[in-house]
Design a binder for this molecule. Structure first.
Ligand code: PLP
Ligand code: COI
Length: 356
């Protein structure tokens, strides 16, 4: 399918763009264009185009506004020294989008159309890719039910879009260990629910817990599964890894209640490449706390597209603070290797990078 192109009539000035790229923050400025593909049950996918970024006219009865039939992805485009712009493992995002689509009764998007939508948008807005340390153009593909209909059923009209936003550190400022609030009031997902889908409702459901975290001076919230002895699940927007004193990595196994992070899968691969043992299994909050206390768990980190790899400095569980080690060596070294592959300074031995 060929994409139509409509240039922005009033693009961001070079001076304003320079200002934005000097301090991109996270998710506050948006590139001038957006990629769009429409879907109807009758026609399937049609009308792929790149058009000026701007507000969407949506019928007040559009079912996404009532029943939250929506999914999204998150990925980044990096500027390499060879002048090319690359993204990381886009087929994995395409496949996860389609798993989310199945769960949320949305139409699957052919993988090649997903990748083409990224290529077309980034080629149009290539000046928006920052090149500072740890910076990238964050790409946000998303799909939602646009049909105006108040009955509860899968929509017959759907919109797929991609927007792009220059991004620095998700947590703001320089990289530093984050404080994590352990919520005892809320759970994120349950077996058979939507936890493994990247759907807006999971994030809406996490916000009350995130508000508590913020009120306690924490950066992110950790969800547990109280039905499995407080097994560690994941953070509001990131997966979790623990590093042991004898050089093992432990991360919660995929049970259908957590997001199957692409960063998570990549960290597991990089760790195995170094000969580290990786345990994907149930790990409880008690095990984590006891491991910090007796020195058998030396580091912990959060990982995801937005967070990259961010050290966890402290767990706050009600009145109890469980400090961990700050920025450990294993965390730093895996972060550097992963970022190096993504930014083109470390050999891409797994063929993860895709030129846009
Ligand atoms: N878990 C949640 C809830 C997320 O929102 C994300 C971010 O996308 C992740 C984990 C990490 O996934 P990925 O590494 O694919 O970005
Ligand atoms: C991402 O990392 O892409 C996410 O969607 C998580 C969110 C914290 C921005």
């Amino acid at each position: 399918m060929e994409f139509d192109h409509t240039a922005h009539p009033n693009p961001t000035s070079a001076a304003r763009l320079e200002q934005i790229l000097a301090n991109p923050g996270f998710g506050t400025s948006f590139a001038d264009h957006t990629a769009v593909i429409d879907w109807t049950a009758e026609r399937g996918w049609a009308n792929p185009r790149v058009e000026p970024y701007g507000p969407i006219a949506l019928d007040p009865a559009a079912s996404v506004l009532h029943y939250a039939q929506e999914i999204f992805e998150g990925m980044k485009a990096y500027r390499h020294d060879d002048g090319g712009i690359y993204t990381f493992r886009p087929l994995e995002n395409a496949r996860r989008l389609n798993r989310s689509a199945q769960r949320m009764a949305l139409p699957e998007l052919p993988e090649e159309l997903f990748v083409a939508s990224l290529e077309e948008l980034v080629q149009t807005d290539r000046d928006w890719v920052p090149n500072g340390d740890g910076e990238a153009l964050y790409l946000r593909p998303f799909m939602f039910a646009s049909e105006a209909f108040l009955g509860v059923r899968a929509a017959r009209e759907v919109s797929y879009r991609v927007i792009a936003s220059p991004a620095g550190n998700y947590f703001g400022g320089e990289l530093k260990p984050v404080r994590i609030w352990v919520t005892r009031d809320y759970i994120r997902a349950a077996p058979g629910g939507t936890g493994a889908a990247k759907t807006g409702g999971n994030y809406a459901g996490s916000l009350a817990a995130q508000q508590q975290a913020t009120a306690q001076g924490c950066d992110q919230v950790l969800f547990l599964d109280p039905t499995r002895e407080n097994a560690v699940e994941e953070l509001g927007g990131m997966n979790v890894f623990l590093v042991t004193a004898d050089n093992r990595l432990i991360t919660p196994e995929l049970t259908g209640t957590i997001l199957e992070g692409i960063t998570r899968a990549s960290v597991i691969q990089l760790a195995k490449d170094r000969g580290m043992a990786v345990e994907e299994r149930r790990v409880t909050l008690d095990e984590w706390g006891a491991g910090i206390a007796d020195g058998s768990i030396t580091e912990a980190f959060a990982c995801g597209t937005a967070a990259v790899i961010t050290p966890i400095g402290e767990l706050v569980d009600g009145d109890r603070s469980i400090a961990s080690a700050g920025t450990g060596e294993v965390t730093t070294s895996i972060r550097e290797e992963l970022l190096g592959i993504q930014t083109g300074t470390v050999e891409d031995r797994h063929g993860w990078m895709h030129q846009l």
